[in-house]
Write a protein that binds this ligand. Structure first.
Ligand SMILES: Cc1cc2nc3c(=O)[nH]c(=O)nc-3n(C[C@H](O)[C@H](O)[C@H](O)COP(=O)(O)OP(=O)(O)OC[C@H]3O[C@@H](n4cnc5c(N)ncnc54)[C@H](O)[C@@H]3O)c2cc1C
Length: 386
């Protein structure tokens, strides 16, 4: 039982969602994942399937047509989808970050304008925080939003980098400084992709996650009404960090999904491949590799569940989310690496999925805060609570 659930303790409702998404991932997501990766194109039919299942409304309040899922459900969906394709899970999790921001910070009018449609899958959302010269340190961003009091509009100028769903998005949450000289003036705005001066650049050629759309987005005198300001001036960064705690639990869950997929593939291969007259699964070295991989998956899943539980209980989940992301993303890398090793030369070819898992896993150590930044969050928690 390679995919044995550990510490699952899900409610009946959460288990039902897990089963639904698991089936969808196996039937509709996984079969096309290799081709989508090779072509570097996002599977829009899969997105439509996610929308039909209501998953694009996962973090949309029920009043606006979503399911307002709890954190554990959110994590379970991310794990199951990433087991099928990390690119698809990533696209959904960024869309959900955007709907979370709208649900939390937008006016009723803005919510009514955007959330019901986004719950149904379109427009897709993009989250524009990182810049070419400001990644781990978003306070160093250069994008500005100057208030024009006559028109009661903000005028955005600057460039964002690595934007997931960049060319697919119909709407973006954008972070910008209302005072270029004040790092504490970062503010959050809602910007429709059809606004004049919203310029999407070419898709990045990436090591992995190739089916996920990643682009730069530039803002060239891009005007939005003052009503599109989501947070008070200067409250954007703390709001972003709050949203990212939930986001990190989702990424950690995705890392578990990739690690679990790699473990499953390696176990199946070890049973089928024979050397020295016996299956690899009879060789103790290989069996112990699989035992270590399985333990990594189980331990990471438990950290994810604990972080989700804390968030659900309204506790401060920042450290738990950072621990889950740090540990699960390292587990994804090491489990995928061992899965390639167990496949030998075949694992190094595109004939088997493990090479994709290996390439995909790496990004979980980078986006939504690198491993080094997660460790800093964890260390800060140690000293703050003494
Ligand atoms: C495929 C992909 C999709 C992405 N999607 C999005 C998206 O949708 N929206 C968005 O806003 N961003 C997105 N990102 C950006 C991502 O969040 C950043 O790449 C990440 O935060 C790291 O920033 P950076 O790339 O500028 O690296 P840098 O910040 O330049 O870091 C370089 C290295 O230095 C280390 N480092 C930096 N500062 C410290 C420190 N103080 N202590 C220790 N080590 C440090 C880092 O850990 C890293 O190893 C995406 C990135 C990728 C690759």
């Amino acid at each position: 039982m390679t995919g044995a659930r550990v510490g699952s303790a899900l409610t009946d409702e959460q288990a039902a969602v897990r089963d639904l998404v698991r089936e969808f991932a196996r039937e509709e997501v996984r079969p096309g994942a290799r081709e989508a990766d090779a072509e570097g194109s996002f599977p829009e039919d899969v997105w439509d399937g996610l929308a039909e299942l209501g998953l694009t409304g996962l973090t949309v309040p029920e009043a606006y047509g979503g399911s307002d899922a709890d954190e554990t459900t959110y994590a379970v969906v991310n794990e199951e989808l990433a087991h099928g394709s990390l690119a698809v899970a990533t696209a959904l999790s960024v869309h959900c970050l955007v709907t979370s921001c709208l649900a939390e910070f937008a006016t009723d009018t803005q919510r009514e304008r955007w959330l019901p449609e986004m719950a149904e899958g379109r427009p897709v959302g993009a989250f524009c925080l990182s810049e070419p010269h400001a990644g781990s340190n978003p306070a160093g961003m250069s994008t500005t939003a100057e208030h024009d009091p006559d028109a009661d509009e903000y005028v955005l100028n600057g460039e964002k980098q690595w934007i997931t769903n960049g060319s697919r998005a119909g709407v973006a949450v954008v972070f910008a400084k209302v005072d270029p000289d004040d790092p504490d003036s970062i503010t959050q705005f809602l910007v429709p992709a059809d606004a004049a001066g919203f310029e999407v650049g070419p898709s990045e050629e990436k090591l992995g996650l190739r089916a996920s759309d990643t682009t730069p987005i530039a803002f060239d005198d891009c005007r939005v009404p003052a009503a599109n300001r989501l947070t008070e001036e200067g409250r954007g960064l703390s709001a972003a960090l709050g949203t990212l705690t939930g986001g990190r639990i989702g990424i950690a869950a995705q890392a578990v999904g990739v690690a679990w997929a790699a473990l499953e593939a390696a176990t199946a291969y070890a049973e089928e491949r024979e050397q020295f007259g016996e299956p690899l699964s009879e060789i103790q070295t290989i069996r112990h590799k699989l035992a270590e991989m399985s333990t990594d998956v189980a331990a990471s899943r438990l950290l994810v569940r604990e972080a989700a539980r804390r968030a659900e209980a309204g506790e401060d989940a920042r450290v738990a989310a950072a621990q889950a992301k740090y540990r699960a993303s390292e587990a994804a890398m090491s489990v995928a690496n061992e899965a390639v090793q167990i496949h030998g030369g075949y694992g190094y070819t595109v004939e088997y999925d493990v090479e994709r898992f290996y390439r995909d896993a790496k990004v979980t150590e980078i986006y939504e805060g690198t491993t080094e930044i997660q460790k800093e969050v964890i260390a800060r928690g140690l000293f703050d609570t003494r």
